[in-house]
Design a protein around this ligand. Structure first.
Ligand code: NAP
Length: 283
């Protein structure tokens, strides 16, 4: 049976350390502040935003929420981001995705000042990740890497196979793993015979949004399996992209859903807000 990677516990430990850092900042007269922009009424986004607010409260980070009508014009969204860029008391800006399709999310991410880009989606920060320079790594890939580090799972020389190539998860993960000297393969919806690749993975990271897609037969014995997927089933229950009950019988390590990558994502966001605050204060 696989060792369960306890994302919840790990995230709690990280939040406790961040709380201490926040107290130190406050002793210097600095209070970190995160601004979150949400456009429209996406139910999943509402839950994510609520969790981010809760984590901020726990750590002592001030939190400001901007809920915009789903019919908002691009210019209005850009205007708000520019206003937040110029507000000195705001240290981090997050635009919750998805946003309605009539809006240009790339322009929005580009507009967020890269020094306040705690989600790591501004092309400057993406480029810095590629060049292995100090940057804000987007929170989910960062959380995955942190989990592996905490469980002493070394990536060097390992065959890492990533399912999914989205801009927010898959692509930054490719770079994060490459920066750790892994040999990285990425599969997507056009990959022919995915199983051929997954079976060779020492570390399999799945981020495709298809409930229980990865079965036991697709996993090499002893592989580490990281499940990023969050799927809401018809009965309201949440499941991952991995058939957990079956795959845990062959994997050496596995992340549960919920309680795996999800809480780590929020913890890494908090980490990035504290980091942004320190950078902006030159400390
Ligand atoms: P996304 O933007 O929809 O991208 C999905 C990716 O999976 C695409 O690259 C797509 O390929 C690929 N894909 C879809 N079906 C596939 C299939 N049958 N075989 C192989 N590849 C397939 O999704 P995302 O934003 O990356 O999110 C992925 C999952 O992670 C979702 O369940 C999401 O809710 C979850 N998520 C979790 C967290 C967290 O904190 N735990 C954070 C973000 C996202 P193409 O590029 O070819 O279309």
């Amino acid at each position: 049976m696989a060792i369960v990677i306890q994302g919840n516990l790990l995230a709690k430990k990280i939040r406790e350390k961040l709380k201490e850092k926040c107290i130190e900042l406050k002793q210097k007269g600095i209070t970190p502040k995160l601004a979150v922009i949400m456009v429209g009424d996406n139910p999943a986004s509402k839950i994510y935003v609520k969790n981010k607010n809760k984590a901020c409260q726990e750590i002592g980070i001030e939190y400001e929420e901007y809920l915009l009508d789903e019919k908002i014009k691009q210019e209005e969204l850009i205007e708000l981001i520019e206003k937040l860029n110029n507000k000195e008391d705001i240290n981090g800006i997050l635009l919750q995705s998805p946003i309605p399709v009539h809006l240009d999310i790339n322009e929005a991410f580009r507009t967020i000042n890269y020094k306040k880009d705690v989600d790591g989606f501004n092309p400057i920060n993406v480029g810095k990740l590629v060049l292995e320079q100090e940057t804000f790594v987007s929170c989910t890939p960062f959380g995955v890497i942190k989990m592996l580090e905490e469980y002493n799972i070394d990536l060097e020389g390992k065959n890492v196979v990533i399912l999914g190539r989205s801009n927010i998860v898959g692509k930054p993960l490719i770079q994060c793993c490459l920066n750790k000297n892994a040999t990285v393969t990425v599969c997507h919806s056009k990959t022919v015979d995915i199983e051929e690749y997954t079976k060779k993975a020492d570390i399999l990271i799945v981020a495709i949004g298809k409930s229980k897609f990865v079965t036991k037969e697709m996993v090499k014995k002893g592989a580490v399996v990281i499940d990023v997927g969050i799927n809401r089933n018809e009965d309201g229950k949440i499941s991952g992209d991995v058939d957990y009950e079956e795959v845990e019988k062959v994997a050496s390590y596995i992340t549960p859903v919920p309680g795996g990558v999800g809480p780590m994502t929020v913890a890494m966001l908090m980490n990035n807000v504290i980091k942004a605050t320190k950078l902006q204060a030159n400390i």
